[in-house]
Design a protein around this ligand. Structure first.
Ligand code: PHE
Length: 420
C-alpha cells in the first residue's frame, strides 16, 4: 500500500510534511498576528520611529528614497533564507534544532534578510523589510520564538558615493564587471572584499556606522553609550554588531555590513553598485526604550499593558509601569534519559518547544538546574526548573501542578524518559 503522506495547512496553503517538519500548531498560530503593524503596540511605535528616521535621512527630490516592505509572507524557501545569502549548506544556522521547518525546502523565515535577494532582483536599491521572524531558542524573559526585525539595504552607484570625485572607483581594476560571475571575490582582508577599492569600502563603512549611530541617538537620546564589535555574517563583509550600554550590560541590538558582491551580481546584470545592509531586533529596542521587563508582554492584549502605549506621541518618553507583578511559581522536573541519549545529545530546544506547547504563555523561563551521571548505572539525568507566571493574574499552586504534570507526561511520551 502507498505510504500515506501527511500534510499541513497554513493560511489555506497545503504543505507536504517530511523528516524536517518541526513547526507546531502553536507556532503556526502566531502567523498573521503582525504585532509590528498593530496600532499602539510598542513594536509598532519603534517601527514607525525607525522608518521615519530613514525617510528623513534619504530623500530624492523631496520624496523618500526608500521603499518599505512590512507585509511579506513569513513562509520562505531555504533558498531565500540561506542559499541566496551564501550561507553554506553545513552552516549551524540551518540546523533543525534552530529553525521552524515546514519541510526540507520551506521554513518560517529566521531573519528578514531572507527577502534581500528577491527584492534586489526586482530592481530595488534602497529598501526596508520589516516583519516577524522565527527561531528556536532558550526560554527566558528576553527570548520568545517569534520576534520582529527591521532589515535594510542601501546601494549606491559610483557617482552617488564619490560626489565630486569622478576619478575614484568602487571596484579594483582586477575586477572585471563584464565577467563578474567568473571573479573569485575573496574576504581574506578584514577591511574589505577583494573586488572593492579601499576608498569605497571605507566610505561605505563610515556612512553605515554614522547612519546607525544616528538612529540609536534619535531613539535613546544623545547620551546613549554604544560600541562596535567585529562580527561575521556569510552575506556581508566586513561585518559588525552594534551594542548599547543598558542597565549595566552591553546589549547587542543589530548586525550589519557591506553586502557581499556575489549577492548583488546574482541579483542582476552588473549593477555597478556597492551596498550596505543591516538587521535590527525590534523587541530588544522596545524593551530597553520603554523598560518592558518581559518579552511576552508584547503579545499581551490586557488593557493594563495596551493602554500605556495608546495614542502616544511617537517620540514621547514612555516608561512602562508594571500593572502589578504577579508571583512566580517554580517547579522542578528531573528525569533519567533513555540509554540511547546522553546529557550532550538531548536536544534542549526540542524540550523547550514541548514545554511551551503544553504549558503555553504561562511559561516564563526554563533553566537547566542540574545534570548528573549515575556512577554505577551510567545513566544520565537532567533536572530543569520551570518558572511559571501569568502576566495578568496569580496562578494557584494547584493549577501549576496540573500543567507541570501534563508537561511531564508529554516529555515521557516524547523522549521515553523516566521521571525521578
Ligand atoms: N540577518 C542578521 C541576523 O538576523 C542581521 C544582519 C542583517 C546582518 C543584514 C548583516 C546584514 O542576525
Amino acid at each position: 500500500a502507498p505510504k500515506s503522506v501527511s500534510s499541513i495547512q497554513i493560511k489555506g496553503q497545503n504543505f507536504i510534511c517530511d523528516d524536517y517538519t518541526n513547526v507546531t500548531p502553536k507556532m503556526i498560530s502566531y502567523l498573521g498576528r503582525n504585532l509590528h503593524l498593530q496600532k499602539n503596540n510598542p513594536l509598532s511605535i519603534v517601527r514607525q520611529r525607525i522608518v521615519n528616521y530613514f525617510y528623513s535621512s534619504f530623500t530624492k527630490r523631496g520624496h523618500p528614497a526608500f521603499s518599505v516592505y512590512d507585509n511579506l509572507s513569513p513562509i520562505v524557501t531555504t533558498k531565500q533564507n540561506f542559499d541566496d545569502l551564501l550561507i553554506p549548506t553545513d552552516h549551524p544556522s540551518r540546523a533543525k534544532s534552530d529553525c521552524y521547518y515546514i519541510n526540507r525546502g520551506t521554513l518560517l523565515r529566521a531573519h528578514m534578510t531572507a527577502h534581500q535577494s528577491e527584492l534586489l532582483r526586482s530592481g530595488l536599491d534602497n529598501f526596508l523589510m520589516i516583519g516577524d521572524v522565527y527561531r528556536r531558542d532558550e526560554i527566558d524573559s528576553t527570548h520568545f520564538p517569534v520576534f520582529h526585525q527591521v532589515d535594510a539595504v542601501r546601494s549606491q552607484r559610483k557617482e552617488e558615493l564619490f560626489i565630486g570625485k569622478p576619478d575614484l572607483e568602487i571596484f579594483e581594476p582586477s575586477y572585471d564587471q563584464e565577467n563578474a560571475h567568473a571573479y573569485v571575490n575573496s574576504i581574506d582582508d578584514p577591511m574589505k572584499q577583494s573586488c572593492h577599492t579601499l576608498e569605497a569600502a571605507k566610505l561605505m563603512e563610515g556612512q553605515l556606522k554614522s547612519h546607525l549611530i544616528g538612529l540609536t541617538k534619535v531613539l535613546f537620546g544623545d547620551d546613549i553609550k554604544c560600541r562596535w564589535v567585529d562580527a561575521y555574517f556569510p552575506f556581508t563583509h566586513p561585518s559588525w554588531e552594534l551594542e548599547i550600554y543598558y542597565e549595566n550590560n552591553w546589549l547587542e541590538v543589530l548586525g550589519c555590513g557591506i553586502v557581499r558582491n556575489e549577492i548583488l551580481v546574482n541579483a542582476g546584470p552588473s549593477r555597478n553598485t556597492i551596498a550596505y545592509a543591516f538587521g535590527l531586533g525590534l523587541e530588544r529596542l522596545a524593551m530597553a526604550l520603554y523598560k518592558i521587563p518581559d518579552i511576552r508582554l508584547m503579545w499581551s492584549t490586557d488593557s493594563g499593558f495596551v493602554t500605556q502605549f495608546e495614542n502616544v506621541d511617537l517620540n514621547e518618553d514612555i516608561t512602562y509601569k508594571p500593572v502589578s507583578s504577579y508571583p512566580q511559581c517554580t517547579n522542578d522536573m528531573s528525569f533519567w534519559l533513555p540509554s540511547h541519549l546522553t546529557i550532550d545529545t538531548f536536544m534542549s530546544n526540542d524540550f523547550y518547544d514541548l514545554v511551551r506547547d503544553v504549558g503555553g504563555d504561562i511559561i516564563e523561563q526554563v533553566k537547566l538546574k542540574d545534570k548528573f551521571v549515575h556512577p554505577k548505572s551510567k545513566k544520565h539525568s537532567l533536572c530543569y526548573s520551570i518558572v511559571y507566571r501569568h502576566l495578568e493574574r496569580t496562578l494557584t499552586q494547584a493549577e501549576v501542578n496540573q500543567v507541570h504534570k501534563e508537561i511531564e507526561k508529554a516529555v515521557v511520551d516524547a523522549y521515553n524518559v523516566v521521571i525521578r
